[in-house]
Design a protein around this ligand. Structure first.
Ligand SMILES: *Cc1c(COP(=O)(O)O)cnc(C)c1O
Length: 428
């Protein structure tokens, strides 16, 4: 039988590097042929062979309402009919900024952009411009998009600045980035004691979702808050993934910690390109046209994208939305954990709001090193068995998963049912 996915993938590779427009879609980590999506609705998408899958990536987070939510689609159609882009301000952008400032109290002013990468890159420039310092701190395993300064891994020792993780990133850029260990409060404290007055900002995923799901320890984030304040460094929460996903107010609401700057994306666009960075007005005033830090964008605050984002932000504020989302996600991880136990597979899971992590190991990892020690071979076998059963998980052992409000009990039960089969294949 001819697979249309195979045919499309072969064709895509002729005109697109690796056949995809973003690397993880290529299935390199798990092997096999990517599924080309033809349409999606609620918790499902259909591939080029018209096979239906229960979707647990939801566009890597944005599809929190389920795919093609009728109200979001209607808002997009209505906005599109009024014109696609103007290069001049619209009232929709004010409404969106007001909504973000209301939902995330640490943000007084916000600038809209089109991708998480752009938002993180701009936040970094703003932090550097406002402090007059060049050095930044990030943590191994956190992803903040693909700006040069952020594609950096740890150097060979503490206080050695980083090395590029990508060809094309000049060493001269990487050397301003110090990469530390996630959840190591002492190392952060020691680092600040030595060079705190050179640090422009610390950027962190307060709940990490790009090395699978990993919670920050409260101590780690509280230490970060304290040393950033003490040394005048800007504390940046990259909540592109966790924002409006783990809770309405993001991870900062769960931990009750106010960062100096927040980076948002994914959910706030509801599936169209909207991202943002924001913080206290006094910091944001450093941006052009008021201040000396330049930042701009032809499609920033695009009216169609903002319509999708605003409608999404409205719908997630309906009473009980997060209680339901969290309960469904918990049902999923509890069911999977039980199924693995029954099959005698070394496995555990964690969930925060509508985001989850699956780990082929005994205990939920709290360090990058223990995360990387999870059994990748077991994950890959599990992934393919689930895919064959019509369940679409992230095609990598080190990515988080996402549940939407449309993942009802029947959908969760069907997933757990499939997992029972997949785990028993692994246990045997
Ligand atoms: C997805 C993501 C980004 C990058 O966003 P893009 O829109 O893909 O550029 C940045 N930071 C985090 C935490 C993310 O999850």
């Amino acid at each position: 039988m001819i697979s249309h996915n195979d045919t499309l993938f072969a064709r895509a590779q002729l005109t697109t590097p690796g056949g995809v427009n973003s690397p993880v879609r290529a299935f390199r980590s798990v092997g096999g042929t990517p599924r080309f999506v033809s349409r999606a609705q609620g918790p499902y998408f259909w591939d080029a062979d018209d096979r239906r899958y229960i979707d647990y990536i939801g566009s890597w987070g944005p599809a929190i309402l389920g795919h093609a939510h009728p109200e979001v689609v209607a808002a997009v159609q209505e906005a599109a009919a009024r014109g696609l882009s103007f290069g001049a301000p619209t009232e929709g952008e004010i409404l969106m900024a007001e909504e973000i400032c209301k939902l995330v109290p640490s943000i007084e002013q916000v600038r809209l952009v089109s991708s998480g990468t752009e938002a993180a890159m701009s936040a970094l420039r703003l932090a550097r411009g406002a402090t007059g310092r060049d050095k930044i701190i990030k943590f191994e395993g956190c992803y903040h998009g693909h700006a040069d300064s952020l594609l950096v891994k740890a150097g060979s020792g503490l206080l050695t600045f980083g090395n590029p993780t990508s060809a094309g990133v000049p060493e001269d850029f990487a050397k301003h980035t110090l990469v530390l260990d996630y959840n190591d409060a002492q190392q952060l404290e020691d680092t600040f004691a030595k060079i705190g007055d050179q640090i422009a900002c610390v950027m962190v995923e307060p709940i990490a979702g790009n090395m699978n799901l990993m919670r920050a320890s409260p101590e780690f984030l509280h230490t970060m808050r304290r040393v950033c304040t003490q040394y005048g460094a800007v504390m940046v929460f990259d909540e592109v993934m966790s924002g409006f996903r783990v809770a309405l107010g993001g991870a900062q609401a769960l931990y009750d910690i106010a960062p100096d700057m927040t980076v948002l994306g994914k959910v706030i666009g509801g599936g169209l390109p909207v991202a943002a960075f924001g913080g206290p007005a006094q910091l944001m005033q450093h941006l052009a046209p008021l201040g000396g830090v330049y930042q701009a964008g032809t499609l920033s605050g695009n009216p169609v994208a903002v319509a999708a984002g605003m409608t999404t932000l409205k719908l997630i504020q309906e009473p009980g939305f997060y209680a339901h989302l969290g309960a469904q996600t918990r049902k999923l991880t509890d069911g999977l954990t039980q199924a693995a136990k029954d099959a005698g597979v070394s496995f555990c899971a964690d969930a925060v709001g509508g985001m989850f992590g699956l780990y082929f190991t005994e205990e939920v990892p709290v360090t990058y090193k223990t995360m990387m020690a999870c059994d990748k071979t077991a994950f890959n076998a599990f992934f393919h068995q689930m895919l064959d059963a019509g369940i679409y998980l992230a095609p990598s052992a080190f990515e988080a998963g996402f549940v939407s409000a449309q993942h009802d009990d029947a959908v969760i039960a069907a997933t757990i049912d499939a997992a029972c089969g997949a785990f028993s294949g692994l246990g045997a």
